[in-house]
Design a protein around this ligand. Structure first.
Ligand SMILES: Nc1ncnc2c1ncn2[C@@H]1O[C@H](COP(=O)(O)OP(=O)(O)OP(=O)(O)O)[C@@H](O)[C@H]1O
Ligand SMILES: O=C(O)c1ccc[n+]([C@@H]2O[C@H](COP(=O)([O-])O)[C@@H](O)[C@H]2O)c1
Length: 250
């Protein structure tokens, strides 16, 4: 536990750009920008760390996402949580509406001041189609010995057989699923044949419990496009940003 705390401190130091302790050796690469935004490539020796990976289009980030991130951090006792905006989600070939820069800025505003949470732009820098299996392979190399928890909504779980190399992916991560408002019960049977029963049992124990929230980025884009209120659906700084920049204005 003591070790975990010192590693947590090292991570906070790394966010503040203050250097690294012996249990977290990091090699910053060019592109290290502001607080709460990780450089695209760092190598951390992070044995026993518990890292949450939360990928999404975040077009825009909304309060459902924030509830998920907060609940996951607490329930899984995460040391850190990486918000990873996709470049092009493989099953959404149309791509996002907001620009990459706008989506990153909205994420930064949403998580500003939240220790342990950071925006990781690797999929944007990699460009092209964002396959989660590639992202996880990179993160595994950078965080040797850490347990990676892939945080997804139940709708993402339902589509997982259509993901790129799902069996490979599931052998590398612990799935942490959250039920989505408006969807049925979480159905792990979709994973049968991709991964062993023992792993599925572990994923069941990592289900994130929180109030059902029936809110989506598409609804927010539609509302903003029509000039309807998006107050309380997104954090206030994100609302102000969307309005000031006409992000989803038609
Ligand atoms: N209200 C919600 N409850 C539970 N999970 C959610 C919710 N909203 C999003 N998620 C999950 O968060 C992850 C990222 O979601 P994403 O950024 O695509 O937002 P979205 O609201 O699903 O967007 P869109 O409406 O554009 O499809 C996905 O795994 C998704 O299942
Ligand atoms: O790797 C894949 O094939 C794949 C297919 C569909 C979705 N994903 C990932 O799942 C996460 C949630 O996607 P989305 O579009 O619902 O936000 C995001 O990180 C996507 O990159 C990944």
């Amino acid at each position: 536990m003591v070790k975990r705390e010192s590693e947590r401190d090292n991570f906070e130091s790394s966010l503040a750009g203050e250097g690294y302790g012996p249990s977290s050796i990091a090699i910053p690469q060019p592109g290290f920008s502001t607080l709460n935004t990780l450089p695209s490539a760092m190598i951390h020796r992070t044995p026993e760390m518990r890292i949450g990976i939360f990928g999404g289009s975040f077009d825009p980030v909304h309060v459902g996402h924030l509830w998920i991130a907060e609940s996951a951090t607490e329930a899984l006792d995460l040391d850190r949580l990486l918000w990873i905006p996709t470049a092009t989600q493989p099953l959404k070939p149309g791509g996002p509406v907001a620009t990459n820069e706008q989506r990153v800025e909205m994420l930064r505003l949403a998580i500003a001041g939240r220790p342990g949470h950071a925006v990781d732009q690797r999929e944007l820098h990699r460009a092209g189609v964002s396959y989660t299996v590639d992202t996880i392979a990179e993160l595994e190399r950078e965080h040797v010995g850490a347990e990676l928890f892939l945080i997804i909504g139940s709708d993402s779980l339902a589509s997982m057989r259509r993901w790129h190399q799902p069996a490979e992916l599931l052998s590398r991560v612990t799935l942490a699923v959250v039920r989505r408002g408006g969807e049925g019960e979480i159905d792990f049977s979709v994973l049968e044949g991709l991964v062993g029963d023992d792993r599925i049992e572990r994923f069941r124990r990592c289900v994130i419990k929180m109030p059902l929230i029936e809110i989506s980025s598409s609804e927010i884009r539609n509302r903003a496009g029509q000039g309807s209120s998006i107050r309380h659906r997104v954090p206030r700084p994100v609302e102000v940003y969307i309005e000031a920049n006409g992000v989803y204005r038609k």
